[in-house]
Design a protein around this ligand. Structure first.
Ligand SMILES: Cc1cc2nc3c(=O)[nH]c(=O)nc-3n(C[C@H](O)[C@H](O)[C@H](O)COP(=O)(O)OP(=O)(O)OC[C@H]3O[C@@H](n4cnc5c(N)ncnc54)[C@H](O)[C@@H]3O)c2cc1C
Length: 365
């Protein structure tokens, strides 16, 4: 019997999000076509880009190599938060107050946008407002957490240092951010995909783009040699695959981490948590068949730098078991996400040489 069976963790990786709702399917691209905007990649970046353009009246064509949401979006943690670990003190020190303020404001604007869209369209996607905490486990981390709280004060972030957290784990206080949220991204994106199609947008699955021709009107060239030409092209493929320009392979550092969803003895106290040190322990709750489960993530590593990935699941299991007592683990999965050199996502023109080609990547989870 494998170790994981002994711990009652499923043998197979399966995403709770993808299992929670049936998503529409789309045909593969069989002929050349022309559009206003070509979007490569059907994760949250590609779908939101297509949605925002479609509702403004642009003709969009979304091309996905596998199934929509089969990339990192289908295997995320889905905290909707401007608190990304400890980042604001770093931004103030290294990028200055203008950038730190913009970073916060852009993230808050995104959360408000999602919240308003959910309300306006009545999207049932398990959205709930939550506090987000980064907690310290030793004195060194406490110092960093206090520096982060001071950065919150300087930027005007709603939150600050607190001496203890609602979670029953050893901690020396935390920095809390108020009015953050969590949701189910697959449930959220489904009606948006339906609206893209209703507005005349075209979606193709099982259609991999292998090359980009960066003419005045850029062209996505698929593996089968079909061409999709547009006024603009947006690369939302998570890791930018086109490497003749931009050199993203040298500027992104991908990190893989592990998640389990567990039914537990102890009740979850609410809130979204991550520790300030390593290995990371990220926590939130999810709903399954009327029960509240703990969704825990962590034990990440640089992609390809760990052979025994089962060990990461086991360590995660031990942490959740110690904290809450595990009854059952219905889901486990892993995913990777790239970080940029300055920790700020790359969103904008693909390179100075590609005027009408754009990219969105490097969200650092
Ligand atoms: C473990 C983990 C936890 C996370 N937790 C959070 C969180 O709590 N909150 C948060 O905001 N973010 C979180 N993130 C980050 C977030 O989930 C990702 O940054 C986000 O989902 C990336 O979305 P995307 O659309 O850019 O990429 P993806 O979802 O990966 O979508 C890219 C799509 O492009 C397709 N594709 C790739 N190459 C091609 C090609 N050549 N042609 C056509 N299609 C192609 C892929 O098949 C894929 O479907 C987390 C990430 C990880 C790994």
């Amino acid at each position: 019997m494998s170790k994981n069976r002994a711990l009652n963790i499923p043998d197979r990786s399966e995403s709770y999000w993808l299992d929670s709702v049936e998503f529409p399917t789309f045909p593969s691209l069989e002929e050349n076509c022309e559009t206003d905007v070509v979007i490569i990649g059907g994760g949250i970046s590609g779908i939101m880009t297509a949605y925002l353009l479609a509702i403004e009246g642009y003709r969009v064509t979304l091309v996905e190599a596998r199934r929509l949401l089969s990339g990192t979006t289908g295997f995320t943690t889905a905290k909707l938060t401007s608190q990304h670990g400890l980042i604001y003190d770093y931004l103030l020190q290294n990028e200055g107050s203008k950038t730190a303020n913009s970073y916060y404001e852009a993230n808050e604007a995104a959360i408000s946008y999602v919240k308003n869209l959910i309300t306006e369209k009545g999207i049932d996607c398990d959205f709930s407002e939550e506090k987000a905490y980064v907690f310290a486990e030793d004195e060194k981390q406490q110092e960093k957490v206090k520096e982060e709280a001071e950065a919150y004060r300087k930027i005007g972030i709603d939150g600050g240092f607190i001496d203890n957290i609602p979670l029953d784990v050893h901690n020396l206080g935390a920095v809390v951010m108020n009015h953050q949220a969590q949701f189910n991204p697959v449930k959220f994106l489904k009606p948006l995909v339906e609206e893209i199609v209703a507005k005349g947008g075209r979606v193709f699955e099982n259609t991999r783009v292998d090359d980009i021709e960066s003419n005045k009107r850029p062209v996505a060239v698929t593996r089968e040699g079909r061409r999709v030409e547009g006024d603009y092209l947006v690369v939302c493929s998570h890791y930018p695959f086109y490497d003749k320009e931009g050199f993203y392979y040298a500027r992104l550092s991908p990190n893989r981490s592990y998640s389990i969803a567990a039914e537990t003895d102890k009740e979850y106290p609410g809130g979204m948590y991550v520790n300030a040190g390593q290995p990371a322990h990220s926590l939130r709750s999810i709903q399954l068949e009327g029960k509240e489960l703990v969704l825990a993530g962590g034990y990440g590593h640089y992609v390809g730098h760990k052979q025994n990935t089962e060990e990461s699941y086991n360590q995660l299991y031990q942490f959740v078991n110690q904290t809450f007592g595990v009854k059952k683990v219905p889901y486990r999965w892993s995913a990777q996400d790239p970080a940029t050199l300055d920790q700020i996502p790359y969103i904008g023109r693909y390179s100075t040489e590609m005027e009408n080609v754009f990219v969105a990547t490097g969200y650092r989870k």
